[in-house]
Design a protein around this ligand. Structure first.
Ligand code: HEM
Length: 408
């Protein structure tokens, strides 16, 4: 995941059209070349848009560091593990990964299915809903809060803090480079630290079967993790847990609403859902990019790059690179192999991917068994946010017949 300020003008330049259908941008990137370096008064910017080059970057964290990203989300300290490099990064991952292991996640299957059904039940007989407010936001948020061990009543405040950190410009209704954004971001980042400090105090006196309790038992280098380290970890878990799966649901359902033939495939054959999810993750890449700082002069492909350059990997561009994946620009739910970078890769590969996949699978399965027909409210253009592609309003009409949509 990348915050906003480090990515500077690149993110500022992404408008609603680009973020809604970024494949157009990725095509332009492919035409420009697998890796492009530009230089301005602020230094060098490197954009990676190729499968092979992204793999190379991810294989070499010593040359492409995550440490220099610190501060993008308004924090004073590097977030753990996303803003630190190996070998320390690996030690923390060894401690955190078991808390998100597939076995632990599988235990969530029944409660998630129940929640998906409850959310759909609440639509009642409505023929129009706001998919964002009534489904894609509450589902992952409630799952995450329960898993980590936080009260559901705190959700509005947590969302406010998360949005202030990730999208200060959106919250303030202003331009990306308005100086007030940095102020809000720092304020909300501080509030997240304070919130978790109190939550950990509570959990220290009364343990439960949740992530906070698990983290309190965590050890690195044979010692207990400090409170400060725990806060650096909780911060990024909150950002990952509250935003990315909602964004994925928004991207997936927008695609499926507009592609009835694809939708019909998973309605008629739900066993396609796991591969459909990988294909939609690949094509939609809900987290558009992640960034690194180059640590030494080197070359990527034929392109010379310099120490200190800001490097951006556009996952969706690498995912749709035809080199190594025929018809990469097409969405095919029956692909045999669909390797993608939507969860990143290498040492920083997403630690929430098991949880994310589980939620997405259950959501798609239950939804399509109950609501096979739906469409974006006619006449509306959805607006997606940059970097983590989510939407705050998604008016959806339920029950629009697939057959009707397929008519010429
Ligand atoms: C479909 C949903 C998700 C997507 C698309 C996604 C995407 C990503 C990406 C691209 C990275 C790599 C960042 C980098 O290399 O700098 C990443 C890392 C990470 N993700 Fe996710 N994520 C998702 C869900 C989650 C969830 C649910 C959580 C938390 C519960 C989470 C927590 C994290 C953390 C902590 C890292 C940092 C790992 C490290 O640096 O070692 N993610 N994610």
């Amino acid at each position: 995941m990348a915050g906003e300020s480090g990515a500077g003008s690149l993110i500022g330049a992404m408008d609603a059209v680009v973020t809604r259908h970024p494949q157009v941008l990725y095509k332009m990137m492919h035409d420009a070349g697998p890796v492009v370096r530009t230089e301005s008064a602020d230094g060098g910017t490197v954009v990676v848009a190729s499968r092979a080059i992204e793999e190379e970057v991810l294989r070499h964290p010593e040359l492409f560091s995550s440490a220099g990203n610190s501060g993008q989300m308004g924090t004073d300290r590097p977030l753990i593990p996303i803003e630190i490099d190996p070998p320390d990064q690996r030690k923390y991952r060894r401690m955190i990964d078991p808390l998100f292991a597939p076995r632990r996640m599988r235990a969530l299957e029944a409660p998630i299915e129940k929640l998906v059904n409850e959310l759909i039940d609440r639509f009642g007989s409505a023929s129009e809903i706001d998919f964002a407010k009534q489904f894609s936001l509450p589902l992952p948020s409630q799952v995450f809060l329960t898993l980590i061990g936080l009260p559901l009543d705190d959700l509005p405040r947590l969302l406010e803090m998360k949005d202030g950190v990730l999208r200060a410009h959106h919250v303030l209704g202003t331009d990306f480079d308005d100086p007030r954004c940095e102020v809000l971001k720092k304020e909300m980042a501080g509030a997240i630290y304070d919130y978790f400090d109190r939550a950990l105090n509570n959990r220290e006196s009364e343990r439960a079967d949740d992530i906070l309790s698990g983290l309190l038992e965590g050890e690195v280098d044979g010692r207990r993790v400090t409170r400060q380290e725990l806060l650096d970890i909780c911060f990024i878990l909150l950002i990952g847990g509250l935003d990315t799966v909602s964004a994925s649901l928004d991207c997936f359902f927008a695609f499926l609403a507009e592609h009835p033939t694809h939708r019909r495939q998973i309605v008629e054959d739900p066993s396609l859902i796991p591969s459909a999810i990988e294909e939609l993750l690949r094509y939609e890449a809900p987290v558009m990019m992640t960034s690194r700082i180059v640590t030494a002069d080197t070359k990527l492909g034929e392109c010379p790059i310099k120490a200190g350059d800001n490097l951006f990997m556009f996952h969706g561009a690498s995912n749709t690179d035809e080199e190594g994946l025929p018809d990469a620009g097409e969405v095919k739910f029956d692909r045999q192999s669909c390797r993608h970078f939507s969860f990143g890769g290498g040492v920083h590969r997403c630690l929430g991917s098991n949880l994310a996949r589980l939620e997405l699978r259950i959501a798609l399965r239950v939804w399509h068994s109950r609501i096979p027909d739906y469409r974006i409210k006619p006449g509306l253009e959805l607006e997606f946010t940059p970097v983590i592609r989510t939407t705050y309003a998604f008016p959806m009409v339920l029950g629009a017949s697939i057959e009707h949509e397929l008519l010429p």
